[in-house]
Design a protein around this ligand. Structure first.
Ligand code: SAH
Length: 397
């Protein structure tokens, strides 16, 4: 029987990155497409000598193929179920799946789990799937079957939240909704024993910034007796940890009204009083203008300032300006947790921007901790592009 998969043949020399297991084929590497192909199709990739290299999903654009296997496989239900099983086993191995005090974790982290185009976050029985490619979108029923088989009765519902993440021009219906089970979009989860309400439908990303779990835990250790500013606080993750660590006072600032409303509810849910917590709907730059020397501990976790390489220079200027204002707002002997989640901003770039900020406001700064994304957001060593979250915990003289 003829092979049903369209063949993609690479230019000589362009097979090298695939031989090193990098999972992307750029359109410029393609010499020939042997047959008809449309967005989302499974394709097989070969070198110029006819040697098989990989299988993946085709997409028109710069990244033409996203590789899901470096072996020649039949990508049916059994293949995808086995892949989900490996992702789950990894979460069991790192102590997240089945944890007593944490019911939220990332189960599938795109390329970091050899699933290009798919993110799936587990929220206490509800899985929120985000598809970034048509290839993954077309597999959604197969994926739901796989999750149900692997998670068994621990899985109550699967919500697809791909409306905003599928390629803008993709010719598929885009809507959010439950693919399995039901719910009203609001869930309660536990993280390190603290409780949070999560709005999976209206909230940002899949609902919660799961990637800050370890950094929130670290912050708790520095909070005792401190006046804390949680800038870009979203639904109050860092604020609740600071309160549970014995902070004297916490101010949460975010420009989103719904995020601030949920922050207040999350503070109450954990039994803390609004006498020690204040939630402010405001712009970060505006707020920091009047905050000189006002806090002992600040968290600065802005949205990505650069989504593309062209925006890098401006983004670095933005990080420097923001960090200068935050360092100025810290009392002598205070601590700053500062982050960048821009994939195009490297760890070194970010460190230089923060260094520039300290020099600008003439404060001495030492690095307490280098921060990163947690292990349920793994980075495939062959795909360094997957490392996006970087941060520094700083001691400010
Ligand atoms: N630290 C949070 C995640 C922060 S996400 C956590 O652990 O959950 C970034 C947040 O910045 C979003 O909630 C967004 O609403 C907010 N934001 C974006 N631009 C802003 C601005 N100019 N001023 C204040 N907040 C802003």
């Amino acid at each position: 029987m003829a092979d049903p998969f369209t063949k993609i043949i690479l230019r000589t020399g362009k097979e090298q990155s695939l031989l090193r297991f990098h999972p992307w084929v750029f359109s410029g590497a393609i010499k020939k497409i042997d047959g008809a192909v449309k967005e989302g199709d499974c394709v097989k990739v070969y070198d110029g000598k006819g040697q098989f290299l990989a299988m993946g999903h085709y997409q028109p654009g710069t990244i033409a193929v996203r590789v899901f296997s470096f072996e020649d496989v039949t990508p049916g239900q059994a293949f995808w179920t086995a892949k989900v099983r490996r992702a789950f086993a990894y979460r069991e191995r790192i102590g997240l799946a089945g944890s007593e005090n944490t019911s939220v974790f990332r189960l599938v982290n795109a390329e970091g789990d050899y699933f290009p185009g798919l993110v799936a976050d587990f929220y206490n029985g509800t899985l929120v799937m985000q598809m970034h490619s048509v290839g993954m979108y077309l597999l959604q029923d197969t994926l739901v079957n796989a999750f149900r088989e692997v998670l068994g009765s621990d899985l109550k519902a699967v919500f697809s939240k791909s409306e905003a993440t599928l390629p803008f021009r993709a010719d598929v219906p885009k809507s959010n909704g439950y693919l399995y089970g039901a719910g009203d979009g609001e869930l309660e989860i536990q993280e390190n024993g603290l409780r949070f309400l999560v709005d999976i439908q209206q909230g940002q990303k899949t609902g919660f910034f799961i990637d800050q779990r370890e950094n929130r835990k670290l912050l708790k250790h520095f909070a005792k007796g401190s006046e804390v500013l949680n800038m870009f606080g979203y639904t109050g993750g860092f604020s609740v940890y600071a309160l549970s660590g014995g902070a004297k006072r916490v101010v949460s600032v975010d420009s989103s009204g719904p995020a601030i409303a949920l922050t207040r509810r999350n503070v109450e849910l954990n039994g803390f009083s609004h006498a020690t917590h204040e939630a402010v709907e405001a712009d970060a730059f505006e707020y920091l203008k009047n905050a000189s020397n006002a806090f002992d501990l600040i968290v600065l976790d802005p949205p990505a300032f650069a989504k593309h390489n062209e925006a890098l220079h401006q983004a670095l200027k933005g990080y420097q300006r923001l960090n200068a204002m935050a360092i100025d707002a810290i009392r002598p002997g205070g601590i700053l947790f500062t982050f960048s989640c821009s994939q195009v901003v490297s760890r070194l770039h970010f460190r230089q921007a923060v260094f520039g900020a300290a020099a600008q406001v003439k404060r001495k700064v030492r690095i307490l901790h280098q921060l990163a994304q947690p292990p349920d957001h793994p980075v495939d060593i062959c795909h360094p592009e997957g490392e996006y979250l970087k941060g520094l915990a700083l001691y400010v003289e």
